[in-house]
Design a protein around this ligand. Structure first.
Ligand code: APR
Length: 244
C-alpha cells in the first residue's frame, strides 16, 4: 500500500489523533523556518534569543525580535495544512495540536485545542511585575518596550533559549500523549529539546506516527509512515484520499 493510502488508513481508523507541528507547517504561509533552506539561523545568530543575552542587552535583542518575528505578525495567514488539522478536530478525530510555533496560525485556522509548547508572540509580559499585554505594532514603536505600570522591560511571551517550557504546556502534552493513538508530525527537524522528545515519547507509548516533511528529520527513522511532501500538498492529498 503506498504511503499516502497507509497514512489515510491510519487517520480514518483513529478518533484520537494528536498533531505535533514545527516551523515547516507555516513555511507556505510565508514564515521562514529556522533551519534548512532559507532558514533564519543561517542569516541571524540565534544567541540574541538566549535568555541571558536578552536580559543584558534588551535593546539589541528586541531589534532582531521585531525584525524577525513581528515582521510577519498579522500578515501571515493559515494555509491548507493548518485548516486540515482544524477540520480533523471539528470532525471529532483530532484531540489536540502541540505546536512549537509562536505564530498563532493554528488558532486562526480554527483549531481549539492548541498546546503552545514554545509560547505565543501574541502577548508580551513585563519582566519586572509580570503585567501581560496584547501585542500591537504600536507597543514596539519604541524598543525595548517598557511596562506602563513599572517601566520594566517587556518580553515576548514565547520561550527563549535557556528558558523553561510552560508547566501547563508540559502537563497538557502529557495528557494528549496518554490519550492519543496517532501522532501526526508536521514540519519539524525534531532537533530542539525538550520538544524533540515528544515523538519519541509517543512512540514509547505505542502511538502510530505519520511524518509530513519534504526532508528527513530526527523522527523519520521511527515514523510508521513518512510522507516526503510539503505540508499543504500532503493536506490536500489526504483530504482527497479521505473524502473530506
Ligand atoms: N512543509 C512541511 N515541512 C517543511 C516545509 C513545508 N513546506 N518546508 C520546510 N519544512 C521542514 C524542514 O524540512 C524542516 O524539517 O520544516 C522543518 C523546519 O525545521 P526548523 O526550522 O528547525 O523548525 P522546528 O523544527 O520547528 O524548530 C524547532 O527551534 O529555533 C527553535 O524555538 C524554535 O520552535 C523552534 C524550534
Amino acid at each position: 500500500m503506498d504511503a499516502l493510502k497507509k497514512a489515510a488508513a491510519l487517520i480514518s481508523g483513529s478518533e484520537k489523533i494528536v498533531a505535533f507541528t514545527g516551523a515547516g507547517i507555516s513555511v507556505e504561509s510565508g514564515i521562514p523556518p529556522f533551519r534548512g533552506e532559507n532558514g533564519l539561523w543561517s542569516r541571524f545568530d540565534p544567541s540574541f534569543l538566549e535568555l541571558s543575552f536578552f536580559y543584558s542587552n534588551p535593546g539589541e535583542s528586541w531589534k532582531l525580535i521585531r525584525d524577525i518575528f513581528y515582521e510577519y505578525f498579522g500578515k501571515a495567514k493559515p494555509n491548507e495544512a493548518h485548516y486540515f488539522l482544524a477540520k480533523l478536530e471539528e470532525n471529532g478525530k483530532l484531540i489536540g495540536v502541540i505546536t512549537q510555533n509562536i505564530d498563532n496560525l493554528h488558532q486562526e485556522a480554527g483549531s481549539k485545542k492548541v498546546v503552545e509548547y514554545h509560547g505565543n508572540s501574541k502577548y508580551l509580559v513585563c519582566t519586572k511585575c509580570g503585567e501581560r499585554y496584547d501585542f500591537t505594532p504600536k507597543i514596539i514603536e519604541k524598543i525595548p518596550p517598557l511596562c506602563e505600570k513599572c517601566k520594566g522591560v517587556l518580553k515576548p511571551d514565547f520561550i527563549f533559549f535557556g528558558e523553561g517550557i510552560p508547566l501547563n504546556a508540559i502537563a497538557e502534552t502529557e495528557r494528549l500523549l496518554n490519550e492519543g493513538d496517532l501522532l501526526m508530525v508536521i514540519g519539524t527537524t525534531g532537533e530542539v529539546y525538550p520538544a524533540g522528545l515528544i515523538p519519541v515519547e509517543a512512540k514509547k507509548k505505542g502511538m502510530a506516527i505519520i511524518e509530513i516533511n519534504p526532508e528527513t528529520s530526527k523522527v523519520t527513522h521511527f515514523a510508521d509512515v513518512f510522507l516526503r511532501m510539503k505540508a499543504t500538498f500532503a493536506a490536500k492529498a489526504l483530504e482527497k484520499e479521505l473524502g473530506l
